[in-house]
Write a protein that binds this ligand. Structure first.
Ligand SMILES: *Cc1c(COP(=O)(O)O)cnc(C)c1O
Length: 217
């Protein structure tokens, strides 16, 4: 696989769904990947990347940002309250806002720093006990809270349970977004991004299919 093939598959899936491929952002998830692989994708001209840990991103991206213009960096992993400030400083979008306290802290930093990343509310669509994400009954209130705080809320995000049919979760997320007047849908990974595109994904998060398997440890 690799970037050219994935780009082509995104375009094909978009056309099949009657959508403009330009409406789908391919976030190349570079967590844990060797820097040489990330650099190769940057050199190929790709600029949208995702990381799931603030600290790991801090060690990698400031230097890439010095060397490559126009990098668009997305946080797609859980955000701890004590990491909100560096997250607002480094990222252009945060996909994992799942509680009011977090939204409030992000709004405080946005005011203080004069900039805010785009915001997605992460929804625990599978109602999984240990999983991050806002519980389904709390989504509308959290969306309203983000709006009241003037955060640039773009949409909703989900990670379907590994053992369930992802398209059901994508459809549910799309429904929740529509009900809340949101157009952004961050959903779909290496194994299911085509299905996510069919269900309206605007941001797909693809790691191993672009970079190869993550080296464990
Ligand atoms: C790692 C990760 C991805 C990418 O996973 P792949 O299966 O490698 O495409 C997408 N979304 C989130 C939230 C992730 O943590």
């Amino acid at each position: 696989m690799g970037l050219p093939e994935i780009t082509e598959r995104v375009e094909t899936a978009a056309r099949k769904a009657g959508r403009d491929p330009a409406d789908i952002q391919l976030i190349a998830v570079s967590k844990v990947q060797p820097l040489a692989r990330v650099e190769a994708v940057l050199t190929a001209g790709h600029r949208v990347f995702g990381e799931n840990r603030v600290q790991e991103a801090q060690g990698k991206w400031p230097e890439f940002k010095d060397r490559f213009d126009g990098i668009d960096l997305h946080l797609i992993g859980p955000l701890q309250s004590n990491k909100t400030r560096p997250a607002v400083e480094l990222f252009d979008a945060i996909h994992t806002v799942d509680r009011t306290k977090l939204a409030r802290r992000l709004a405080d930093h946005a005011q203080e720093l004069g900039r805010s990343p785009d915001i997605f509310v992460q929804v625990n669509t599978g109602d999984e006990g240990q999983k991050a994400g806002c519980a389904l009954p709390d989504v509308d209130a959290l969306v309203a809270e983000c709006r009241a705080l003037d955060l640039p809320l773009k949409g909703l995000m989900c990670i379907p349970p590994v053992d369930e049919e992802p398209s059901l979760h994508f459809a549910l997320l799309a429904k929740l977004a529509a009900r809340n007047g949101l157009t952004g849908l961050s959903m779909g990974m290496s194994r299911d991004f085509e299905s996510a595109i069919a269900q309206g994904a605007t941001h797909i998060r693809v790691g191993s299919a672009i970079f190869g398997d993550r080296v464990p440890g």
